[in-house]
Design a protein around this ligand. Structure first.
Ligand code: ADP
Ligand code: ADP
Length: 542
C-alpha cells in the first residue's frame, strides 16, 4: 500500500512512491503535543484573489484564523508560545511581514463565508432581509441580490431557503461587509454553472475594482481557475499536518496538482496524474438497453412548472451525466422514471426502482454510520463492499461516528455509499461533488465508474462540476429552458454533442491547457472564444 489508501489502490498505481512526510522545519502553529501542525501561510494580497487548493482538514481554517488575528501562531512551541514579536521576526523579509504586523496591531478586519451554509438556519432566526441588513456596510445589498438572482428570497425566512439560495445569501452577507480581507470557504456547492460563474465574477470585482484581499478555497477546478489570480497548493496528511506552499501561478498550481507532483517543492502528492480526454471519446453502444422511453411531458398544474422530455434510450452499465441549471426539471424527470409521477402526455409503461441520493442530504438520525449502512445492506464489511465502496469513499475512519457529528464532506460520502449499497434498477446521484475536496471527487468518480461496470448498473449523475462530469460520464443528457418555468430534456447523447449543446446554452467555451490537456474556461469575447463558438466546438478539440 502507498499510505494514502488502506488496501487496494483505487488509482491502480503500479509503483509505490514516496509520499509527503512531515517537514523538519518549524511549523507556523502546532495545536499541542502530537496535535495538528501547520506549515506555511497563504499570503493575502491587496487587489488580488488568492486561491487555496487542497484537501479538507489540511489547516486552511487554522491559517485564516491566524491571518484574521484570532489565533496567535506559536511557531510550534505550544507549551511556551513566543508571542507576536517573535512571529514577526520569523517572517521578517517575507511577503507576509507587513500583513502580519498589521494583524498584530489589530488593524486587519475580516469577513468570512463559511464552508457549510446548511448550518446557517441553526444559527439564525429571521428573514433574509434581517440577516443582511446588519451587514450591509458597503450599501450594496440591492445590487448583490440582483446579480445573484436572489431578490425573491428577501422576505423569506432563512430556514425556508434551499441550499443554493443559502449559498448565495451567505456570499452576499460576506461581500456586503466593508473589510480588508475576505475569506470565502467554497463558492460552488449547490450552485449551477451560471450561478458559479456569476459568484466568481463578483469576487474578482472586489479585488479588481475595490482593491480588497480575497482568499478563496475552492474544489471546482474550472471555477478556481477562473476566479483566482494566484494559488497556494496545500498538502500533507489531513488531521495530522498540513503544508501550504508558496504562491504559484494559477495555471501551474492546478497543473502540478493534477499531475500529482509539485515542482518547486519536489513533492509527489499523489501516485497518478488526473487526466482528461482532449478528444471526445468514441461512442460505443455494445451495452444492452435498460429502458426505451417515448416523448413525454409533465406540468405541475396550470401556470406551474412544466417539463418536455425527448424520448430516448438508457443503457445498462453506463454512467449518464445529467447537466443543466437548477430548477429545470432534473428531479421531475427522475420522478417520472420511478413512476412516482404520471406524465400528462405520453406513456412510460414501466416503473424503475431508483436508488436516489438527493442534492440536500437528510440523514439526521442519532445513529452510528456503520449501523446506518447495515440497515441498507448486509454486505457492509464484506471484501467486495470494502474494496469497491468503503475504501474509495474513505469510510473506514468514520464508521463508528454518529451521523449527527459528520462534516458536510463525510455526510456526502456516507450518502453516496448508502445509495450504491441499495439494490435498484437505476442509481441517481444528485450533486455528489458537493463538499468533497478534489481528491475525494476523483476517488468518488472512480468508485462510481467501477460500480457501474462491475454491477452492470446504470448510474445517472447530476453535477455542476464540469471536470467531474467529464471524468464520470459516458453520455450526457442536457436540460435547458427557463428554470422554474419550463424545462426541456434532450435524449441521452454522446459526450461531444452533449457538451456542445450544454455549453452553447451557457455561452461558455473551454480551451485546452497546452501542458496537461486540462479544460479551461475561455475569457468571453476572446479570440478563441469567438472562433470556437463559430465552429460550434465548445469543449473538445475537433
Ligand atoms: P481545514 O480548514 O483545512 O479543513 P482546519 O484548519 O479546520 O482544516 O483543521 C486542521 C486540523 O486541525 C484538523 O485536524 C482539526 O481537527 C485540527 N484543529 C483545529 N482546531 C484545533 C484546536 N483548537 N485544537 C486542536 N486541533 C485543532
Ligand atoms: P431540478 O432537479 O432541475 O433542480 P426540479 O425538477 O426539482 O428541478 O424542479 C423544477 C421546477 O418544478 C422547480 O421550479 C420546482 O420548484 C418545481 N416543482 C418541483 N416539484 C413540484 C411540485 N410538487 N409542485 C409544484 N412545483 C414543483
Amino acid at each position: 500500500t502507498c499510505g494514502i489508501c488502506v488496501e487496494k489502490c483505487p488509482f491502480d498505481a503500479i509503483e509505490i512512491i514516496n509520499l509527503p512526510q512531515e517537514l523538519d522545519d518549524e511549523p507556523v502553529h502546532r495545536y499541542g503535543e502530537n496535535a495538528f501542525s501547520l506549515y506555511g501561510l497563504p499570503v493575502p494580497l491587496e487587489g488580488q484573489v488568492t486561491g487555496i487548493l487542497g484537501p479538507n482538514g489540511i489547516g486552511k481554517t487554522t491559517a485564516v484564523r491566524i491571518l484574521a488575528g484570532e489565533l496567535a501562531p506559536n511557531l510550534g512551541q505550544h507549551g511556551d508560545p513566543p508571542g507576536w514579536d517573535a512571529v514577526l521576526d520569523a517572517y521578517r523579509g517575507t511577503e507576509l511581514q507587513d500583513y502580519l504586523s498589521d494583524v498584530r496591531d489589530g488593524e486587519v478586519s475580516v469577513a468570512r463565508k463559511p464552508q457549510y451554509v446548511d448550518k446557517i438556519p441553526d444559527q439564525f432566526d429571521g428573514s433574509t432581509e434581517q440577516l443582511l441588513e446588519n451587514v450591509d456596510e458597503r450599501g450594496v445589498l440591492d445590487d448583490l441580490l440582483e446579480r445573484l438572482d436572489i431578490e425573491h428570497v428577501r422576505e423569506q425566512d432563512i430556514d425556508s431557503l434551499s441550499g443554493g439560495e443559502l449559498q448565495r445569501v451567505a456570499l452576499v452577507a460576506c461581500l456586503a461587509r466593508d473589510v480588508d480581507f475576505y475569506f470565502i470557504d467554497e463558492i460552488t456547492p449547490y450552485l449551477d454553472i451560471s450561478q458559479r460563474v456569476k459568484a466568481a465574477r463578483l469576487i474578482q470585482e472586489m479585488a479588481e475594482e475595490h482593491g480588497k484581499s480575497m482568499l478563496v478555497v475552492e474544489h471546482d477546478l474550472a471555477i478556481l481557475d477562473l476566479v483566482a489570480d494566484n494559488l497556494h497548493v496545500a498538502y500533507g496528511e489531513p488531521g495530522a499536518y498540513g503544508v501550504i506552499t508558496d504562491p504559484k501561478s494559477v495555471r501551474n498550481g492546478i497543473n502540478e496538482y493534477l499531475k500529482g507532483y509539485l515542482q518547486n517543492e519536489n513533492m509527489r502528492i499523489r501516485p497518478n496524474a488526473i487526466e482528461f480526454e482532449e478528444h471526445a471519446p468514441r461512442q460505443v453502444s455494445r451495452a444492452d438497453t435498460l429502458v426505451e422511453y417515448p416523448d413525454v411531458s409533465k406540468s405541475y398544474g396550470e401556470g406551474e412548472f412544466g417539463l418536455d422530455v425527448e424520448g430516448g434510450t438508457i443503457r445498462e452499465n453506463e454512467v449518464l451525466g445529467i447537466v443543466g441549471p437548477n430548477g429545470i426539471g432534473k428531479s421531475t424527470f427522475a420522478e417520472l422514471l420511478a413512476g412516482r409521477l404520471d406524465p400528462d402526455e405520453g406513456e412510460l409503461g414501466f416503473e424503475l426502482d431508483i436508488a436516489y441520493k438527493p442534492q440536500y442530504i437528510e440523514i439526521d438520525q442519532p445513529m452510528q454510520v456503520e449501523a446506518f449502512l447495515r440497515s441498507i445492506t448486509d454486505k457492509v464489511g464484506s471484501s467486495y463492499w470494502n474494496t469497491e465502496i468503503g475504501q474509495p469513499l474513505q469510510l473506514d475512519r468514520i464508521m463508528e461516528q454518529n451521523l449527527l457529528d459528520l462534516s458536510g464532506g463525510e455526510r456526502q460520502r456516507v450518502a453516496i455509499a448508502a445509495t450504491l449499497s441499495e439494490s435498484a434498477d437505476l442509481y441517481l446521484l444528485d450533486e455528489p461533488s458537493a463538499y468533497l475536496d478534489v481528491e475525494q471527487r476523483v476517488r468518488a468518480t472512480n468508485a462510481i465508474r467501477r460500480f457501474a461496470e462491475q454491477q452492470d448498473a446504470t448510474v445517472m449523475v447530476i453535477d455542476h462540476d464540469i471536470y467531474m462530469i467529464d471524468l464520470l460520464a459516458d453520455r450526457l443528457m442536457v436540460f435547458d429552458g427557463e428554470p422554474a418555468v419550463q424545462g426541456r430534456a434532450s435524449e441521452p447523447k454522446g459526450m461531444r454533442e452533449g457538451m456542445n449543446d450544454f455549453l452553447a446554452n451557457l455561452d461558455i467555451t473551454f480551451r485546452r491547457d497546452e501542458n496537461v490537456g486540462r479544460p479551461r474556461i475561455n475569457k468571453p469575447g476572446s479570440q478563441l472564444d469567438k472562433e470556437q463558438k463559430k465552429s460550434g466546438e465548445y469543449y473538445y478539440a475537433p
